[in-house]
Design a protein around this ligand. Structure first.
Ligand code: ACO
Length: 432
């Protein structure tokens, strides 16, 4: 707690409040408005949480003006260059990079929770083959609460840990099962001799009738994308997990809520929407027409993969992903090169356009990720599922942080009511 205070004058009543100000390690100060209602009889109003810190957190820091993203203090560029997804998972969950022994133990635990209950596997048969994979994943993750309800006491740290490991280990298995179901192929069991992303690729692409060899560049690209998507502080899906979890609900149910929130096109669904948009644009000559549509206030069309609530400078993740897209396409994805060329051209045109410059709209993490997924053979409908696999560690880390906090309270926002004033019930015959 700092000594700083924020004086708020109520010009209507002539009263004022001195509100405490908290200082973070990085980022702006926050004004603690917790006692404002008691003192002034007023709420704060900030739909979309544009200037509201919903919680205190030690996990991830973003400076949107400077394009900075830190996981537990480490710049994401350094982690992308030197680390791997499982090590980043450990970092996000535990707060520090692991020692070699800690990493071995953690990897062992994750790799030995990869199987899912056979009964859970049968759930997929209840879905029509063309169900959206995000619908299947959200449903099946939620149903894990039925399997681990008795062994899940959220007040016990060892239960919370096993939940975290189960989610990280089983998300690829559940996602691959959703994919196999959608294409009518048999489910492929996890292989614990493979690293996290190689195992995911074999569960997606192996078939019982032939040997499958994982392409190392595909596993490397996936690992990089997962590092970059692993956490992003209080985004829509993470805030959803925190809010659902704050009631003390079973955490698998809270994660399912996060999967559902991620699905929307304004959030994780954007990677799928980018590819659809690029396919619709089709050729470089059509770009100006679509840029004009995006700028037209009367047209709901937006350039998908552009803009971000927090980044008003380049999204640091987009830079790294663009480089990886070049590498992947050079090595394996020549057929998608025209789409990538189109994306590069669109970026170039939009970034020179006054509208995008003035509104500080830059390519975000999802502008190029879909192109990599496509080059790896992953279909459009699975893009957001890939995002969900990576982000599940962020959701779990935030859920853990919230539950372990002794000051935890249920999340319960208030509102500005604009409905009818109090009125009396009218008998049906007297209504006009
Ligand atoms: N194309 C055209 N105009 C845009 C775009 C875009 N992609 N994004 C924002 N704008 C315009 C808005 O129309 C608005 O204009 P106005 O001031 O004239 O009304 C202004 O820029 C501000 O936009 P908001 O929607 O108010 O910004 P907000 O912070 O609420 O939304 C969001 C951010 C949802 C990401 C938005 O930029 C968007 O819809 N982008 C496209 C979808 C997308 O790529 N989402 C992925 C985000 S990253 C992630 O979640 C992983």
């Amino acid at each position: 707690m700092s000594d700083k205070k924020f004086r708020l004058e109520n010009v209507n009543t002539g009263t004022s409040s001195e509100l405490p100000v908290h200082e973070g390690v990085l980022g702006p100060d926050v004004i603690d408005v917790g006692r404002l209602y008691r003192e002034q009889g007023a709420f704060t109003f900030d739909p979309g949480f544009v200037a509201t810190a919903s919680c205190e957190s030690e996990i991830t820091f973003i400076d949107g003006e400077e394009g900075v993203l830190l996981y537990r203090g480490y710049p994401v560029e350094q982690l992308a260059k030197n680390s791997n997804f499982l090590e980043v998972c450990y970092l996000l969950l535990a707060g520090d990079l692991p020692t070699p022994e800690e990493l071995v133990r953690f990897r062992h635990s994750i790799l030995h929770h990869t199987m899912i209950n056979e009964t859970l596997l049968r759930f997929f048969n209840g879905f029509h083959y063309n169900a959206h994979p995000m619908a299947m994943v959200s449903g099946v993750v939620g149903s894990m609460s039925a399997f681990y309800h008795d062994s899940m006491n959220i007040e016990k740290p060892e239960h919370r840990e096993i939940f975290a490991h189960r989610i990280i280990a089983k998300m690829p298995t559940i996602s691959a099962a959703a994919y196999k179901h959608s294409i009518g192929q048999p489910f492929v069991y996890p292989r614990n001799d493979l690293d996290y992303c190689s195992n995911l690729l074999q569960m997606f692409f192996a078939v019982p009738c032939e040997e499958y060899e994982v392409d190392p560049i595909a596993a490397e690209a996936l690992d990089l994308l997962f590092i970059l998507h692993a956490d992003h502080e209080q985004n829509c899906s993470t805030s959803t997990v925190r809010l659902a979890g704050s009631s003390g609900t079973n955490p698998y149910a809270a994660i399912a809520a996060g999967v559902s929130a991620l699905w929307g096109p304004a959030h994780g669904g954007a990677n799928e929407a980018v590819l659809k948009m690029l396919e619709k644009i089709g050729r470089p000559e059509s770009i100006p027409k679509y840029v004009a549509k995006a700028k037209d206030r009367d047209d709901p069309f937006r350039l998908m993969g552009f803009g971000h609530r927090v980044y008003k400078n380049f999204d640091p993740r987009a830079k790294i992903i663009r480089e990886m897209a070049h590498r992947v396409l050079e090595k394996i994805g020549h057929t998608d090169s025209p789409l990538f060329e189109l994306a590069l051209r669109l970026e170039e045109i939009a970034r020179k356009d006054e509208y995008f410059i003035e509104k500080k709209l830059y390519p975000n993490v999802d502008f190029y990720s879909g192109i990599i997924y496509r080059a790896l053979g992953i279909p459009n409908t699975m893009f957001t599922v890939m995002f969900a696999i990576a982000r599940s560690v962020g959701w779990v880390a935030h859920w853990q942080e919230m539950i372990a906090d002794p000051r935890r309270r249920i999340g319960r926002p208030r509102q500005l009511y604009t409905g009818p004033d109090r009125r009396d019930y009218v008998e049906i015959g007297d209504r006009t």
